[in-house]
Design a protein around this ligand. Structure first.
Ligand code: FES
Ligand code: FE2
Length: 378
């Protein structure tokens, strides 16, 4: 497979033009598998969430007990919806189109439209439609399905009726099984609204050229020149960074009292793995915890970012468990990053934006930008 690398930073309009944004929603967020959250949000039958993807509101729900889903790549395939007891639908009533669910998350036995009370089961089937009479074919009036699948403890949504199965993404990704991602539990979650295009946030994640300047605390733990080999595939880019001597994780001290995740390798004790799984998952894997950022484009210059800190369930259940060293460290780094991303957003909107060249350590950006240009047919 040839990997396209952008030869220079992207044109300004790609970060600012509302028409480009709409086209991205169509060509990227409506066609690819979008990482939508952790499966633990859909832990019991009837647990549901809503997500905005590609300009669409989507309901994701657990219809039945987990049939052993959440398999990781490396050891197994992504789990399809039926096997894992998951379903997803457009949040649009089949009567006359009202939005059905307003809540971001909840638990229910049925979805009832607030307009004329048409009622849908967890599997999307229409189970009640007042006064509709015998001739009405309720079977053909279920909620319109959206593809959903499970991978590495996350659930993914795809608005595309065709396109590659999630298993194809799973097969392409690096093997993360040693971090046991499917069994990790959330220790904390922060939501941010960054005043920057989702690609500026992605590009910023994909390089550490800025780290000495922007993140002095991070640079004390992981020097910005310590990037390892670039890894890439059809659906991701990333690679490791070596930690500084005496450091074994990302906290202010470079240490933590948490045990290693159960299956990690010796090199994982002295490095952190960073991957961008296209389009919207940034996953950073440490010996003792995992941080994820999911990017939710709101407009050309605004992005919601959900940051989650994941831990081994035994560690998280132990008395005295305290994730604050990891949370505070990444919260600081996040804030520093959103600030420089907002500054960049101001610049790319200027007539004076005449970008020149990438620095060598920005190779992951070149790969991401190349992928982006391909998706956009540019
Ligand atoms: S639009 Fe939903 S019941 Fe009428
Ligand atoms: Fe950064």
């Amino acid at each position: 497979m040839t990997i396209r690398k952008a030869s220079r930073p992207l044109d300004g309009r790609l970060y600012t033009d509302p028409d480009v944004f709409d086209e991205e929603m169509e060509r990227i967020f409506s066609r690819t598998w979008v990482c939508a959250g952790r499966l633990e949000e859909l832990d019991e039958p009837g647990s549901f969430v809503t997500r905005e993807i590609g300009g669409e509101s989507v309901i994701a729900v657990r219809t039945a007990a987990d049939a052993g889903g959440g398999a990781s790549n490396g050891g197994g395939a992504a789990v399809d919806a039926a096997a894992s007891g998951l379903a997803a639908f457009y949040n649009v009533c089949r009567h006359r189109g009202s939005r059905v669910v307003d809540e971001c998350a909840g638990r229910t036995r049925v979805f009832q439209c607030p307009y004329h009370a048409w009622t849908y089961g967890l599997d999307g089937r229409l189970v009640g439609a007042p006064h509709m009479g015998q001739d009405f074919d309720a079977k053909s009036a279920g909620l319109v399905p959206v593809r959903i699948g499970a991978l590495n403890g996350f659930f993914y949504l795809s608005l595309a009726d065709d396109g590659p199965p999630l298993a194809e993404v799973a097969a392409d990704l690096p093997d993360l099984s040693r971090f046991t991602p499917e069994r990790l539990v959330r220790g904390d979650r922060h939501e941010y609204e960054a005043q920057a295009n989702w690609k500026i946030l992605s590009e910023n994640y994909n390089e550490c050229y800025h780290c000495a300047v922007v993140h002095p605390e991070l640079n004390r733990v992981s020097d910005y020149r310590n990037g390892g080999n670039l890894e890439t595939g059809r659906f991701f880019v990333g690679g490791p960074m070596t930690l500084n001597d005496g450091c074994d994780t990302m906290t202010a001290s470079g240490l933590s009292n948490r045990p290693d995740l159960p299956a990690i390798d010796i090199p994982d004790r002295t490095s952190v793995q960073y991957y961008h799984v296209y389009p919207n998952l940034l996953i950073s894997l440490h010996r003792d915890y995992v941080v994820t950022h999911t990017l939710w484009p709101l407009a050309a210059a605004r992005t919601r970012v959900v940051c989650e800190w994941l831990f081994d369930p035994d560690t998280a259940a132990a008395p005295g468990f305290d994730p604050s060293d990891a949370v505070e460290f990444w919260h600081l780094v996040n804030s520093q990053d959103w600030d420089v991303c907002a500054r960049t957003q101001l610049g790319v909107a200027s007539r004076g934006y005449r970008p020149t060249a990438y620095e060598d350590s920005e190779a992951c950006i070149q790969v991401f930008d190349g992928w982006y240009l391909d998706q956009m047919g540019l």
